[in-house]
Unconditional design. Structure first.
Lengths: 427, 1062
């Protein structure tokens, strides 16, 4: 019996493993399809609707033959000249697709994903009960306790007086509490400390604008674009990887997509901070006015004008900040400094952008330090020999013997390579 | 103690008042507290007043700085150009062209505006060198005096003409109605092949018309001499790099003569010296005043200007030429001639003689000398002509006569400004205003333009398409780097329109080059590199000595009495960029004077005129040295009198007064100067072009003069460097080549000794770590360092302007410079040494030394200046509270304090205007105009009042290079970095990079242990700037050896004593 049990166990484990593997395999495939779609196609295509380019659902069925789509993606430039269906596509859509160089499996994965795509259900009405704020309750309790303590003190002194009188000890008339110097002094000190704390904080906060959320000329929702529609931040803020500025996109970048997206039909409710509903389609119309685009004739037939956005993140002139340094070299996510931007309707300033806040991060963040053994990490740091020595597992001691490194350095922070020195940001 | 190196006579004599002055570093008076005590406190109600003021100022400050944060807008493009990423600079190859000068450059453009000029390192002519004037020309683009639209004069006033078409029609009509009178196009030298073709087409349309080229400072004598000797009216290419012996007869070829950047680049190839191959060229200069080139010469001889021909004839005769040479009375000059001839003979075929005279006959003699030493075909290349200057003086003189006689129908002026720089400009101006049709293509209303009827402003070169052929087979292309700022039009387009072409110049230019190069791709490739260069062939030309005898008999003979020499300053040239505040404030490398020209005289002449002996008698010197007010001399030439302040400098002939041209720009009615010529040029110096004489064939820039002391009050000259003393500490080392070869360690003996002394006291081994009580800090990764070769620094000051442009260094104006408040982060220290009448000169670029053990850092109470792990001495403006302790404690005197709001960076807007006239000059308003401010580098903070600033090693460039290296994951990208000064240097004397990397250029430069030294090393400040000692190729003893004769014995004794002790 025990033998069988062993066999039974083994087979059960095998079956389980097979099930898990096959399951996870398909999950991996689907995830790849979705990721590939978002990375390569989402800027111009939707799975289930037309955008700058046609919807991808059923693309293979619409094409002359199922293999056509695979050929097309990697040969756009030539096919657009030769292939009749490609010519027709160009005529319909007005612009040529970017040529890719993707393996067939990837293209298949993308198209499979598109075919299998079902729009997510609109989010439910409530987002749960708002968090209870107990501070008022605590405040009232504190006040009541303070009053009780005061009364008890008074009672205590009255009782003492009575008992003194009873014992025949003479005591002078007690001063009322509002003339009691001890009370007064305590009150003055408390007030002084409180006012000093407030004033100091207010002065430190001068020019800091955390939570600044001005009204913009167009209600632009990062939640709709970066959140729900998953547009890569760098698609619009392309400067972030090359320049010190992240660049607010120029109007022509908006129009890349909004030539075809002329109404708002997304699942998110658009609301101002005070709860007023916003008409998304009307906001898109505002963009058209700025761009000079006539959605009816599909032409730029009016003079355009640039959009005057209100700048939210302001640094003083004596601060040098470079986005590409942080995004490209430091590999920081946008959210690190800008908060959950994909959840924001109108943008507000997430962090206070104070020097302390910068320095803190520079103290904690680790650089992608070069590992001399594995060759991993940024090769630029190969010149920091001192840290390489300190990171070694073993060192030579006084007697010339190799011993375990007593002060082994685990990682190199930005601070270690001079990231908190004045002239890294002030020059 | 005898000073070895000195900057002024006061320092040489160590006079009492000099010492007193150098103690009072900031030259500021203390607050008049006694007055305050007696005045305010004794007033009737000081307390009430005090409360009133307090209340008012608190209220005012609250109102003004109300805590509302301003709303800032961010306005992106409607449609962004593809090649523009905001915040990332683009670089375009183009060409600086000004009055025939040509320099291939790379223009740095940030967010659509050019902000910096860099040399094009692919150029075979300049090798990436630039001059101060090309570096500064980016500021001219944003000059507030630029003409903003075409204008027509009516009723004595210029009125805007709204449309070019309308103007073209009017002018075409007028050109057609000239009634046979010729059309003359007057320009400076133009060496653009496409423009030449445009002009040919234009002249063909108007028969009888002609093109006259006129150079403010003429090379006509050379052109004609070459025609007489070689049959070519051209200037050959010079190869200073092939010459082992260079003799210059008054040619300032490193400063202003013909093509100084090119010549500096060549010259330095033979001045770079290494321990393994200690060879260098020998440079001998004969001249009458102390020029930049003369100050770099190994041997220098001073003679009268009128003796120049005698010197040339003597050299020729001693080389075996069949001429009779007049005797020269000066023994030193005779000795110099003998030495020169010996060196020339010994280096036949590898020697070069150049002459700065505009005298045809003298240039013929120089040609004969070059022939005798085998320069033709070796150091002088006739296969490649230099096209920098082509004006012939006689042609221009004919034109002047025609204009004065009213024989010209239409005068079209581009670039030239004869009303200012012709010897009788005023008369010429009146005659020009009477001509039927006069058109100026000038970008500003200069003196000549003022006399014209129409102004059709041409683009600035940074806005232009164009080309230049500075030398045969070397083409440099221009492309616009900014949209035209104003309603301007290339003058070539105007000519094309009036010649009946439908093309504009842009189309014409593209067509011209596409055809010439074959394909559009080839044209685009050429535009991208900015250069089309073919390999040079070297060849000679047949020399004819037919004219030699005649020339020898006709040259001027030596005169008696005083003589005047007109010269150009390296920063100002002929004066076309006079309204450039950067150039005006650039200290002249020799005199260190800013904002003015002056009469340069020798101490002997000064004594003759004023009776005061600066050299011998301390007390006499004091009055001159201590105040910026200098006595005025009256100079009379051609019956024209000019009064100029006297600046006493050594190395000038005792009978010579030298004055720079290029100053004294002024409109006809001086009231208009500020608006038309510009605020910076207004009042700067005196125009001495009227001192030029015309001798029938050419203009002469020297001649007899009458001198007398003027009765005018002394005039203030704003001079730098005579303050900021190094307190007699040795700051530089030099030796001669012979000593260096014999004993390479000798030159730095003193420094080595000082170092040993310091180390000895600490009983350590490592000078860096052990000779101090301060702890040592590691510099992991990158450590920045700079090496400056004193042997190749000529003092040209291109780096000074490059630094100004790169780092938003403020222009402070003459009044502030006179108070020693100049802001330059990089200065060129000039030291005299040796013979007081004809001293050696050493230039030492001096900037923040970024000491690893910096004295400034210890004394800052708020830690606004501190050290980085990369070896930078950091200056944090936003932390600085302006105590100036750091400046006081800096042994190099390189820290600058913002005494006033020079940049308009203060929170309160009106800090400047109230000070104009009293503390500030108009130029501050010019520099703070919205237009001018477009030149600012957006990566560098504009400093406000009350903070210290200093060289940052161009930290913005270092950060950029590190970022690029990190992005590319390639540490070799930080190995060598070009900072602004090293990029600009035509001699390549500044190297910069990572000294932790043994492969970097700076590490290699420092490897030369025999020449590598740090300034004031004995203070153990551990500078990150190192210098290479200067080596002079002369037989004379240079100063270090001189000290050996006197004071060295004592030192040896000390050394021995120390050894015994050890």
């Amino acid at each position: 019996m025990s033998r069988y049990r062993k066999f039974f166990q083994t087979s059960l484990v095998s079956v389980l493993l097979i099930v898990i593997f096959s399951f996870s395999n398909s999950a991996v495939l689907a995830a790849t399809g979705e990721e590939l779609f978002k990375a390569n196609c989402a800027a111009c295509h939707k799975p289930d609707a037309d955008m700058t380019g046609p919807m991808l659902k059923g693309a293979r069925e619409r094409a002359p033959n199922p293999e056509w789509a695979y050929k097309w993606v990697n040969n756009v430039n030539t096919m657009v000249e030769t292939d009749p269906y490609a010519k027709k596509l160009l005529a319909t859509w007005g612009s040529k697709m970017t040529q890719f160089n993707l393996p067939k499996d990837d293209i298949k994965a993308i198209l499979d994903y598109a075919d299998a795509y079902t729009p997510p259900p609109p989010p439910g009405g409530g987002t749960g009960a708002p968090a209870q704020d107990n501070s008022l309750l605590f405040g009232i309790l504190t006040l009541i306790l303070a009053v009780v303590a005061f009364i008890l003190l008074q009672v205590n002194s009255s009782l003492k007086k009575l008992s003194d009188e009873k014992d025949g000890v003479f005591r002078s008339e007690p001063v009322p509490f509002y003339r009691n110097k001890a009370y007064l002094m305590t009150a003055v000190i408390v007030l002084f400390c409180f006012a000093g704390y407030k004033t100091t904080n207010a002065l430190i906060g001068l020019g800091r604008m955390k939570d600044y959320q001005p009204k913009q000329p167009i209600y632009y929702s990062h939640k709709v674009h970066a959140g729900t529609n998953q547009i890569n931040c760098l698609y619009c803020h392309s400067g972030a990887q090359d320049s010190k500025f992240s660049n607010i996109p120029s109007v022509n970048v908006c129009m890349n997509c909004h030539k075809s997206i002329n109404k708002y039909e997304g699942p998110d409710e658009l609301k101002l901070e005070d709860g007023t509903a916003v008409n998304g389609t009307a906001e898109i119309q505002k963009l058209y006015d700025y761009a000079g685009w006539n959605p009816a004739s599909k032409k730029y037939d009016k003079p355009g004008k640039p959009i005057e956005w209100v700048k939210i993140h302001n640094l003083p002139d004596h601060v040098y900040f470079n986005h590409s340094q942080h995004v490209k070299v430091g590999k920081q996510q946008c959210q690190t400094c800008h908060g959950e931007i994909q959840e924001m309707g109108e943008v507000k300033q997430f962090s206070d952008l104070s020097m302390g806040w910068c320095i803190n991060c520079h103290r904690e963040s680790k650089v992608d330090f070069y590992n001399t053994k594995t060759g991993e990490g940024n090769k630029f740091y190969s010149i920091y020999e001192k840290f390489h020595d300190e990171m070694a597992d073993s060192v030579r001691n006084k007697n010339g013997k190799m011993v375990e490194n007593p002060h082994r350095l685990d990682s190199v922070t930005v601070e270690k390579i001079g990231g908190t020195e004045c002239q890294k940001c002030h020059y | 103690m005898e000073k070895k190196y000195w900057q002024s006579f006061g320092e040489l004599n160590q006079s009492e008042s000099f010492q007193k002055k150098s103690e009072d570093e900031f030259q500021e008076q203390l607050l008049p507290l006694e007055d305050l005590d007696n005045g305010l406190l004794d007033a009737k109600s000081p307390r009430r007043d005090f409360l009133k003021y307090l209340g008012f100022s608190t209220a005012a400050a609250t109102l003004a700085a109300s805590c509302q944060t301003p709303v800032r807008k961010s306005v992106p493009f409607l449609k962004k150009p593809d090649d523009l990423v905001l915040g990332v600079a683009n670089y375009y190859a183009s060409t600086f062209v000004n009055e025939g000068d040509v320099q291939p450059v790379i223009v740095k453009q940030r967010d659509g505006r050019p902000i910096k000029i860099e040399g094009n390192e692919n150029s075979k002519i300049t090798g990436g060198g630039t001059s101060a004037m090309s570096q500064a020309s980016v500021l001219d683009l944003y000059d507030t005096t630029r003409v903003r639209h075409p204008k027509e004069k009516s009723g004595g006033q210029f009125k805007e003409v709204p449309k070019f078409d309308q103007l073209d029609k009017t002018i075409a009509d007028k050109l057609a109605a000239l009634g046979g009178k010729p059309v003359v196009l007057l320009t400076t030298t133009l060496n653009s092949p496409s423009t030449a073709q445009v002009i040919t087409e234009f002249l063909a349309k108007y028969p009888g018309s002609r093109h006259v080229q006129y150079d403010a400072v003429s090379y006509s004598g050379m052109l004609l001499a070459n025609e007489a000797c070689y049959g070519k009216r051209a200037i050959p290419s010079y190869h200073f790099d092939n010459a082992k012996v260079i003799v210059s007869l008054g040619a300032d070829f490193l400063g202003t003569w013909l093509s100084p950047v090119e010549f500096t680049y060549q010259y330095q190839k033979n001045r770079k010296i290494s321990g393994t191959k200690p060879e260098m060229s020998r440079h001998i200069q004969f001249e009458s005043y102390l020029s930049l080139t003369g100050s770099n010469a190994d041997d220098r001889f001073v003679h009268r200007p009128s003796e120049k021909a005698a010197v040339a004839l003597n050299i020729l005769a001693k080389l075996g030429g069949s001429v009779t040479a007049p005797a020269i009375s000066d023994a030193a000059v005779n000795k110099g001639i003998d030495e020169t001839v010996a060196h020339l003979k010994a280096n036949s075929g590898a020697a070069l003689v150049v002459c700065g005279s505009n005298d045809v006959n003298l240039q013929i003699i120089v040609n004969a000398i070059n022939e005798a030493i085998g320069a033709n075909g070796k150091t002088i290349n006739w296969a490649v002509a230099s096209n920098y200057r082509q004006g012939i003086d006689a042609d221009f003189n004919t034109l002047v006569n025609d204009i004065n006689a009213g024989n010209i129908g239409a005068l079209l002026v581009y670039g030239a400004n004869p009303v200012y720089n012709y010897l009788n400009g005023a008369k010429l101006g009146d005659a020009i205003s009477k001509l039927p049709l006069t058109i100026s293509f000038s970008g500003t209303i200069d003196e000549t333009t003022e006399c014209c009827k129409y102004i059709i402003p041409s683009h600035h070169w940074l806005e232009s398409w164009g080309d230049a052929e500075p030398k045969t087979g070397h083409f440099c292309l221009q492309q616009p780097t900014v949209n035209p700022l104003f309603k301007t039009r290339p003058f070539q387009t105007s000519l094309l329109k009036w010649a009946g072409s439908t093309m504009d110049y842009e189309a014409y230019f593209k067509d011209f080059w596409t055809k010439k190069l074959g394909t559009a791709e080839a044209f685009h490739a050429a535009l991208q590199s900015g250069l089309i260069e073919t390999a040079d062939t070297v060849g000679g030309a047949t020399f004819s000595s037919a004219k030699l005898a005649e020339a020898a008999s006709k040259v001027a003979t030596a005169k008696q009495g005083f003589e005047v020499v007109l010269y150009q300053k390296v920063g100002m040239g002929s004066g076309s960029q006079a309204n450039n505040p950067w150039l005006q404030e650039m200290p002249d490398p020799i005199s260190k004077v800013t904002w003015d020209n002056y009469a340069m005289v020798s101490p002997a002449l000064y004594k003759e005129l004023t009776g005061k002996d600066l050299v011998g008698e301390q007390r006499d010197g004091d009055a001159y040295e201590v105040t910026p007010e200098k006595p005025v001399v009256k100079i009379k030439v051609n019956n024209i009198e000019k009064e100029l302040p006297m600046l006493v400098l050594p190395g000038i002939h005792p009978k010579v007064v030298a004055v720079a041209v290029g100053y004294g720009r002024a409109s006809k009615d001086p009231v208009n100067t500020k608006e038309n010529i510009g605020k910076a040029a207004n009042g700067a110096g005196v125009n001495v072009y009227p001192f030029v004489t015309f001798d029938g064939t050419g203009f002469r820039y020297s001649g007899p003069a009458e001198l007398s002391k003027s009765t005018k009050d002394p005039y203030m000259l704003a001079q730098t460097q005579v303050h900021g003393s190094s307190e007699s500490r040795p700051v530089l080392y030099e030796t001669n080549l012979k000593t260096f070869i014999a004993n390479p360690g000798r030159v730095l003996e003193e420094a080595t000794h000082e170092r040993a002394l310091l180390l000895h006291g600490s009983h350590g081994e490592d000078f860096v770590k052990d000779a101090t009580i301060y702890p040592y800090y590691d510099k992991p990764g990158v450590k920045w360092g700079m090496s400056i070769d004193l042997n190749t620094c000529t003092g040209c000051s291109a780096c000074v302007i490059a630094c100004t442009a790169e780092n938003n260094v403020a222009v402070v104006g003459k009044k502030q410079v006179a108070r020693y408040h100049e802001m330059h982060w990089l200065r060129i220290d000039r030291y005299f040494t040796g013979d007081v009448t004809n001293p050696d000169v050493v230039f030492q670029p001096m900037l923040c030394q970024h000491c690893d053990n910096a004295p400034c850092e210890n004394v800052c109470p708020v830690a606004a200046t501190n050290h980085s792990s990369e070896g930078l001495n950091q200056m944090t403006y936003n932390r600085c509270i302006g105590t100036r302790y750091c400046a006081n404690n800096c042994p190099f005197k390189v820290r600058r304090f913002n005494w006033l709001d020079y940049n308009g960076a203060d929170s309160f807007a009106d800090n400047q205007e109230t000070l104009i006239g009293s503390d500030l000059d108009d130029v501050t308003l010019q520099m703070n105009d919205d237009l001018t401010r477009m030149v600012l580098n957006p990566d560098v903070t504009v400093r406000s009042r009350g903070v210290i600033e200093k060289c940052s090693f161009c930290v913005q460039r270092l950060q950029e290079s590190k970022l690029a290296a990190k992005k590319a994951e390639d540490p070799t990208l930080v190995r060598n970095v070009k900072v602004a000064c090293s990029q600009a240097c035509p001699g390549g004397c500044i190297t910069f990079g990572n000294v932790n990397d043994p492969e970097s250029e700076v590490s290699k430069a420092r490897a030369d242990q025999n020449r590598n030294f740090y300034v004031l090393e004995q203070l153990h400040v551990l500078p990150n700037v190192s210098y290479l000692a200067k080596i002079k190729n002369t037989d004379r003893h240079v100063t270090n050896e001189k000290a050996e004769e006197g004071g060295h014995g004592e030192k040896n004794a000390a050394h021995k004593a120390e050894k015994a002790h050890g």
